[in-house]
Design a protein around this ligand. Sequence first.
Ligand SMILES: [Zn+2]
Length: 436
Amino acid sequence: MKCVKIALIFAMLWAMPALSINGQTTAAEITVIRAGRLFDSENGVFLPARDIVIKGNTIESVGENLPVPKGARVVDLRRYTVMPGLIDAHVHLLYLENPSGGLTAEGVKAITMEGTPLRALRGAARARTFLLAGITTVRDLGNSGRFGDVAVRLAINEGSLDGPRMYVSGPGLSAEGGQFPGLQYNYRGIAEEEYRIVRGVEDARIAVRENVTYGANVIKIYSSASPNPGFLSIEEMRAIVEEARLLSVKVTAHATSDIAIKRAVEAGVDSIEHGYRAEDATLTLMKERGVALVPTYLDSVNIKRLYAIARPARPLTEQELSASLKQRYERLQRAMKSGVTMVAGSDNYIDLKVPQGEAAKRVLFTYHDAGMETAQILQSATINAARLFGEPRLGVIKTGAFADIIAVDGDPVKDFDALERIKFVMKDGKIYVGQP
Ligand SMILES: [Zn+2]
């Protein structure tokens, strides 16, 4: 009986997409956006003036000089460049590390002294900074306690909080010890509060089922648990991928060394996080297998911020900065040359004393400084991410897509800093920045 009732309620919710779960109506009102210039993410080109007609949370049509339907609100963005809401494919909203700390000490503190409820509340406040920075979708990849990320996503989706759309992994699937080197054997259980430690092929399948059951809509694995020494076996990773396919979720792998990357690609993952030491042959293999790369690098501004906090007594020298940038650029340039699909991800979990969304967006500046073209960078943060997530309604401004739309002041091709000048943010048809 109860089941019938629940089924009925769900059927009603499905049948009424204009009614949000907490009962507040989001009337299917019509908005017309007049865009001065429009980024076409599918083709990687900027189009001249276009109008976008939005009904409720969906884009109805895009074209030149479209008529304004009766009663529609008109948003004039003719002075700006309009583009799909940005996507950050690698965030940790529930974990913010003191730069002079370290993953084990800060992680243990988050688990034992902060706790999941407080982490979720703080994560919710950080989520809002992403939205205000023009990032309308994030993929949160672990270090969020026991499903604190799921709680934040639910609260955003029901309208209790302002924040981006969220893909969340729950605890990442890892070999022994997670990413907490130095933890004593007697306290290994602490790592299990933050990571889902996998012990064998059957356990790997169970871990995927657990995570998806408790709300994960992407699976994060640690091909190697660097800085800890353990690797997941290829058989474990294959089992994870197989189970995830069955449950219709994607799998992404933390992998920094070449061997860790190769093993994850061999096992069939959808994307590689970081990929720092990928050799050319491995990048080519990724391209051939359609595995995306999420290159997570701080830019020069964030590196300076980091050192100013972590090492105030000895400021970063120009030589140190250029050496560290040179390595990043060289790695990014090799990745670009290989033709592997790039998806933007910040992995910005360090407390740089600026709103986290703003700091996270700087990853796009790293790509820019490495020589990537503006259109390619914007594709990495829109359509490429959407394709990786398997969501055709994201990362694009066209009929049927979600109304996730932003506007920046200026032409980002001529002046990349325009991305810092966010003038309009709409997510799911609701305006968060700019004219209401
Ligand atoms: Zn990360």
